[in-house]
Design a protein around this ligand. Sequence first.
Ligand code: TRP
Length: 447
Amino acid sequence: MTKRATFTTKLGVIAATAGSSVGLGNIWRFPYETGQNGGAAFLLLYFICVLVLGLPVMVAEFTIGRSARANASRAFLKLTPKTHWYVVGVLGIFAAVFIMGFYSVIAGWTLDYVYQSLTFGLADKSPEQFQTAFTQFTADAVRPIFWTFLFLSINYVILVKGVQNGIEKASNILMPVLFILLVIFGVRSLFMPGAAEGLSFMFKPDFSKVDSGIILKAMGQAFFSLSLGMGTLITYASYFSDRTSLVKTAGTVATLDTLVAIMAGIVIFPAVFSFGISPSQGPQLIFITLPNVFQQMPGAYFWSLLFFVLVSVAALTSTISLCEVAISYLHEEFGMSRRRATLILVLVCFFMSTLCSLSFGPLRQVTIGSLTIFDFCDFLSSNILLPLGGLLIAIYVGWVLDKKFVRNQISDGGRINVWYFDLLMISLRFIAPVAISLIFLSGLGLF
Ligand code: TRP
């Protein structure tokens, strides 16, 4: 068997896991999903999904990962030999590739914005000019793909070396800096002329907007943002020490993740209204609003550069975790060297990303069920594969694993008082499976 490393400190566990969760999902996807789906009502549904579905599924993934200490597919085989549950892990690998496909494109855009910040490309423009420049950039057949390639190459370099030392240590420092920056930008944004309108869009719910499609999206966003449903957290939990409290870790990570998303919203929505930009822009939202905000601040050059560097880093700590799922699988199951596994995976991701990137330009007309390739990858992974994975994981820990075994894992062999255990089991056995199935079927229009 391969020797498996463990994270050594509590901070290491939190930093790595939060590093996986906090990423473009919070800063890029959350604001635009909220913007497209009616604002505050979406936010509220999102909170409920995190609390009622996300947290229990996260604890379930931790339980599987730490007790089995293996890659996301092997873990199921170890805990329940001679069953087909390992397929959940294999499904996760497909999800990883689809997510990487569109995620790396956005990460590439952030790198381009780093470059533009450096070379004064983001200075002295009107909101319309930012919009036009952005549309031209993303429709280009070469420039965004170049940045995506660069981003994937950085992933390769780090992943080949192994994750723990570089990325984990870097996240310990960079994540808090990102947090502080968001606070600074948030305060600046709150003093802009349209701030009140932006805040009421974000915090005053209009329930007439709620339908099953929106609930499906809120759930998809919760799974996506918390990195659930595809084995990322199973893989990371296989590196937890025996003394890590699974529930406390899940609580901390979910809280941090939600805080970062809310702060991103507070930065973006006041600015959106103040510059007369439509909140329902979709994926381009932050790339058009934020340069406008920075422009209004003394030291714009510095802030904008720092911000896009940190967003790129946040993206990187997430993609590393996405890739790690597939790499540990290829490496351990097919006896490939880590280098070869990483190379193959990164090349596959690059192929997917190229298609996703071109779907903003030359391949705009190519659609799958009315979605562009980019939107299709996003929809398929976030709204189908992740909830499906989450559903199966909840059923697995709730019904298939022995209840005493689960209790023993979560209570750390009886050391931790787990007064919430029954609540957790009720969620995993009943609430999560029923809610996910219903939301899922009705969101797809099948119910
Ligand atoms: N959660 C990350 C983000 O918000 C993205 C991510 C990393 C992810 N690993 C994942 C999403 C696993 C779904 C599943 O940016």
